[in-house]
Design a protein around this ligand. Structure first.
Ligand SMILES: *[C@@H]1O[C@H](CO)[C@@H](O)[C@H](O)[C@H]1NC(C)=O
Ligand SMILES: *[C@@H]1O[C@H](CO)[C@@H](O)[C@H](O)[C@H]1NC(C)=O
Length: 430
């Protein structure tokens, strides 16, 4: 029988195969490079890195109808807004809401500044935003919720949607502290659009929006049909009431200012009167009363908290933390010890919630913030994993009762899958 290929043909094929293998290796190296380098851009407002089969869907801003008549307005008196991407297929009667984050304002100067940004006024909000991560409608990026109705609710009141101060005359200026009314007005608008008939509903939020999720989870449950499944997820929102590196409680002081300014004590009647007003605003207190199943998604070394809770302004006069707080690989032994103490405080604070039936958690040992809102961190080949599950898979497993999910990662640097960010500039918002 003649050989299938003559010798030169075989040689050519081998060459071709080598060339193909070489091209593949090049491609792999390029991909790896992209994946490793891309997170560096997360701290800057460059276009969001995306993973999936196509570009993110852009969703238009809707201003809340009749908001001014209800006094449900942003800090500057403009109406609040949201972005709604309707569901499709068997997701048409399922709803996922996301509460936007962005820190808080604590005094006249910082609230005045905020009034001139999208976090205090709809006059500055982008008219269209990208829906990525948990908001994505791409099955490759968001396997369990891609076809649900999804709503991103904008944050413009400065106190995690919780204030309700009647008088807008504050310190000789005009500020509307009406977050609670904004929450109610947005719900009143979404309910008749189909939310009132939801079979399954999921309230989520990140950072200050994560805190908002703790605050409103049971309110949300109460608005929906009794036979519907309703759960909540707070991402990067478990702010800790701990001492900073200078031994002060910077964050508590910050929350005291927010709570006094927006008269929040009356919003948290369960909060004991011998506590400082800001203490009632920490998730550890807020979450105690929640009866709806909640998922706590929080990195043990949350970048925003390392910067603003652990090493806040004024706590590090010699700038010893300048590199470490932007890049965890630059932390020295002493700093890592402090970070491990911070992780321990988080684990202690959430231990009482770990026991709650139906609750879930994913506490990865990574250096990042808001994992549900970044396509690469939520679900992609470069996403952080615990027990080989991405955040998206763990959250889906929990939401649909596929398994119990109470994942606590081992200490940094034990998890080789960690998706760690390297900031180029400090985080401003949260
Ligand atoms: C007001 O808040 C800003 C931002 O949090 C802070 O830097 C500033 O020190 C505060 N001013 C006063 C007078 O407390
Ligand atoms: C981890 O999960 C991926 C799918 O996401 C699978 O292909 C792989 O085999 C898993 N690895 C292990 C060690 O289980």
């Amino acid at each position: 029988m003649p050989p299938l290929f003559s010798a030169p043909a075989l040689h050519r094929r081998r060459l071709l195969r080598h060339a193909a293998a070489f091209a593949l290796v090049l491609l792999a190296v390029a991909l790896l490079f992209l994946l490793l380098v891309h997170p560096r851009s997360l701290g800057t407002p460059s276009p969001s890195p995306s993973y999936g089969h196509r570009l993110p869907t852009l969703v238009d801003l809707t201003l809340v109808h009749g908001a001014k008549e209800k006094g449900a307005v942003c800090l500057d008196g403009t109406p609040p807004g949201y972005h709604w991407l309707p569901g499709f297929g068997d997701g048409s009667n399922k709803w996922l809401l996301h509460l936007e984050g962005g820190s808080w304002c604590r005094n006249r100067t910082s609230c005045d500044h905020r009034k001139k940004t999208s976090l205090g006024s709809s006059a500055y909000m982008e008219t269209r935003v990208e829906f990525v991560g948990i908001l994505s409608d791409d099955k490759a990026q968001n396997p369990d919720f891609y076809n649900w109705n999804k709503v991103k609710i904008r944050y413009c009141d400065g106190a995690s949607l919780s204030g309700n101060v009647q008088d807008e005359h504050q310190y000789g200026a005009t500020f509307f502290f009406r977050g609670q009314r904004i929450w109610e007005a947005v719900m009143a608008e979404l309910l008749p659009k189909g939310l009132a008939r939801a079979k399954q509903a999921f309230l989520t939020g990140c950072s200050a929006g994560g805190l908002s999720t703790y605050i409103h989870c049971d309110d949300f449950r109460a608005l929906l049909p009794k036979d519907s499944t309703v759960k909540c997820l707070a991402d990067g929102g478990f702010f800790l009431d701990v001492e900073d590196i200078s031994g002060r409680r910077y964050m508590r002081g910050f929350y005291n200012d927010v709570a006094r300014q927006q008269d929040l004590r009356k919003r948290f009647p369960g909060c004991s009167s011998d506590m400082e007003p800001g203490q009632c605003f920490f998730p550890q207190e807020v979450a105690k009363g929640i009866t709806t199943p909640m998922f706590i998604l929080n990195p043990a070394y949350d970048v925003w908290q390392v910067e603003h809770v652990l090493t806040p302004d004024g706590s590090d006069p010699q700038n010893l933390w300048q590199d470490c707080r932007m890049d965890i690989t630059k932390c020295n032994t002493k700093q890592l010890e402090i970070l491990q103490g911070f992780r321990k405080s988080l684990l202690d604070a959430i231990s009482e919630f770990k026991k709650k039936r139906g609750w879930g958690m994913f506490i990865d040992s990574c250096f990042i913030h808001c994992q549900s809102m970044k396509s690469l961190a939520w679900h992609s080949p470069s996403a952080s994993r615990i027990n080989n599950k991405t955040v998206a898979e763990a959250v889906g497993d929990w939401f649909f009762d596929r398994r119990e999910v109470k994942e606590i990662d081992c200490e940094y640097p034990c998890n080789p899958t960690c998706f760690n960010v390297v900031l180029e500039q400090p985080y401003q918002e949260g």
